[in-house]
Design a protein around this ligand. Structure first.
Ligand code: AHR
Length: 651
């Protein structure tokens, strides 16, 4: 019997078959010869890393603004945009009204937001009105019997401008879904709150938000905000459907805030966490490398409450002194303020409320410290051509370890001066994180089987099969699952892995990265087949790696097996990426036998291109079935193009 890492040479017939498969030539009439899978449950191997499957996140593809961040108003602080005019805001002049809007750089509600929108109404009438509207993020979702909570800052030159009408209006029908009135505006900057409550209506993402006055006058506005109900009703909260999709992944950690988003194109555009905390009016917003500006509504505290809500470990990436356009800070004196900033950030996350930055967190509404065990220094530092990462990492490492010996410090490129606890690994040939084709993953499923166990542990901080867009297809999911069998089998050394990118707003123009895990528009969201592969693996993790031996000629058949030693369940992951079914003869060594039926979860489809989309959201989803009377030996057929998890209960 051969080990999984040493499949026997293919017979000529199999070689022909494999060649046809790789060439994509239909071979439905052919059958794979039977495989044998031997699993030994009597001598469990190394522990499965309890933190193996996590998620990686950054502001890309409108992941937060227009995505997870439930804010409905886009460009709420009237920042310079990518288009002429005031991005996402439009003047309203109903009936015979005459009015204008422009950015007033001379006044705003705070030092962080020193400008505002100036509305000048020269004439307006009660039946019409003048004002402006916001188009949202490719529309605004409006649902029946729902209360939306809004706020804005304003000051009027004169109270004679009268009452402000605020309403949610359908773009196509013009019907008003909800309306309210703010009776008057004062002549100094003030924050106003309002609610909009809908009645019976058909849910739609095709709406905008209007602000109208019926009398002449001048007023200035800023930080206009409107939230639907949020996950756990948290203020400044997150979109419910997306959080529920993440919760179903049971992720063990959140790697944030990037990614390129951490680094910024320039040092001045890096993720400056201190500018993302506290009241929204004190958050200046900042340019990102992904072509649009971040509102910073999801700031450091919101990342942390996200971890708390989904029981994830924060994997905090700190800025390391390198930005994408090859700008860097020299190690030594120049780097000291950045190291201090990282120490402050760690204190904000995990210091108690008596510390300088822990007390700031308490002031921001979260007195309890967050658990913190993992800190990553930078992102993809192998791109830094200055050759300074080794010294910069060592400076961060020593300072962090001195203040927090309990923390695991992660390097994002190989270093020599100190030994990192964990290395965020990359594809050395591609010189990037593991962003690959399906074929590349199939050929490299045994990547970690013979990896040096004496070096740092491994974080696979970003990886994905990049086939299918805007979200990946079944072919990608099959390759993802094949790669995950390798991660799982080697999870004594691969302690963490996070697929990326996580989110994409699929509306025209919202996407920067074409292959993603979860897609959404203003109203709906869906998981890609890759998403469901992640769900299947992460919800059947187990805690011990089982020795399994596959004897198969099918070059696209993969497996891994783990044991949950507390519940005595064996989880067998099977991936048949070929175009014909694969029959498998199971041989299980178990001290006391198998307890009856095995539960099977299957994700499968007709072609590798088959996929889910915003209009066909559940085309490919896991289905469950049962293998009756699974024993120590049984035969099982794995459908073509399928991922399966067998849940076998030991006696
Ligand atoms: O996930 C998209 C990008 O890929 C990340 O920002 C970066 O770290 C990587 O190159």
């Amino acid at each position: 019997m051969l080990g999984h890492s040493e499949l026997k040479p293919m017979q000529p017939r199999h070689r022909l078959f494999a060649a046809l498969l790789i060439a994509g030539i239909p071979v439905a009439g052919m059958a794979q010869s039977n495989a044998t899978l031997t699993i030994d449950t009597t001598r469990p191997g190394a522990n499965v890393s309890p933190t193996l499957y996590g998620i990686m996140t950054e502001e890309i593809n409108h992941s937060y603004d227009g995505g997870l961040y439930a804010e409905l108003v886009s460009n709420r602080t009237f920042q310079p945009g990518r288009v002429p005019g005031i991005e996402n805001w439009t003047l309203i002049q109903n009936v015979d009204a005459r009015a204008s809007i422009e950015i007033d750089p001379s006044t705003g509600p705070s030092a962080a937001i020193p400008h505002s929108l100036k509305l000048v109404v020269r004439s307006a009438e009660a039946e019409g009105g003048a004002g402006f509207y916001n188009t949202g993020y490719w529309g605004m979702a409006v649902r029946a019997q729902t209360t939306y909570r809004g706020s804005f800052y304003a000051k009027a030159e004169d109270p004679s401008i009268g009452a402000l009408t605020i309403r949610l209006v359908n773009n196509t029908t013009g019907s008003v879904a909800a309306s309210t009135i703010v009776p008057s505006l004062g002549n100094a900057w003030h924050r106003y709150e309002f609610t909009l409550t809908t009645g019976a209506l058909t849910p739609s993402g095709d709406n905008h938000l209007e602000f109208l006055v019926q009398k002449p006058g001048t007023a200035r506005f800023s930080l206009i905000s409107l939230f639907p109900p949020t996950y756990r009703n948290e203020p400044n909260g997150k979109r419910i459907d997306l959080m529920e999709k993440l919760a179903a992944l049971h992720p063990k950690f959140l790697r944030f805030p990037g990614g390129n988003y951490l680094e910024g194109d320039h040092i001045s555009e890096r993720y400056e966490w201190k500018k993302t905390i506290g009241p929204l009016v004190d958050r200046a917003t900042h340019p990102t490398p992904w072509t649009y500006r971040s509102s910073d509504g999801i700031g450091l505290l919101e990342f942390l409450t996200w971890c708390e809500d989904l029981h994830m470990e924060p994997l905090l990436a700190v800025y390391s002194g390198y930005s994408l356009q090859q700008e860097h800070v020299n190690p030594g004196k120049d780097l000291e303020p950045y190291v201090q900033d990282a120490l402050d950030e760690i204190e904000y996350v995990s210091g108690d409320a008596s510390t300088r930055w822990g007390s700031e967190r308490a002031r921001n509404g979260h007195p309890a410290p967050f658990p913190l065990h993992f800190v990553e220094v930078g992102n993809e530092e192998y791109h830094d051509q200055s050759g300074t990462y080794d010294a910069r990492f060592a400076q961060f490492y020593r300072a962090i370890k001195k203040a927090h010996p309990e923390l695991q410090v992660i390097a994002t490129a190989p270093v020599q001066s100190v030994r990192p606890d964990i290395l965020d690994d990359n594809d050395h040939a591609l010189h990037t994180h593991f962003y690959r084709t399906a074929q590349q993953f199939f050929q490299d499923v045994h990547h970690y089987d013979h990896y040096d166990r004496s070096g740092p542990k491994i974080l696979v901080g970003e990886w994905a099969t990049r086939e299918g867009s805007p979200t990946t297809n079944l072919g990608a999911a099959l390759a993802d699952a094949a790669w995950m069998t390798g991660l799982e089998r080697n999870s004594d050394i691969v302690v963490m892995a996070s697929y990326a990118p996580l989110f994409v707003n699929v509306s025209p123009g919202a996407m920067q990265w074409p292959s993603n895990l979860i897609g959404f528009d203003a109203l709906h969201s869906y998981g890609s087949p890759s998403y469901y592969a992640q769900v299947m693996f992460s919800t059947h993790l187990g805690d011990r790696i089982l020795n399994s031996t596959l004897d198969a000629s099918n070059p696209r058949f993969f497996e891994s097996a783990t044991l949950d030693s507390k519940t005595h369940h064996v989880f067998v992951k099977l991936v048949n990426a070929s175009s014909v079914p694969q029959t498998v003869d199971f041989k299980i060594a178990a001290a006391n036998g198998i307890a009856g039926n095995a539960a099977v979860t299957t994700l499968s489809g007709n072609t590798t291109q088959e996929t889910n989309s915003i209009d066909d959201r559940t085309r490919i989803v896991p289905v469950t079935s049962t293998i009756q009377n699974a024993g120590l030996a049984f035969r099982h057929v794995v459908p073509r193009y399928s991922i399966q998890v067998l849940d076998i209960s030991l006696k």
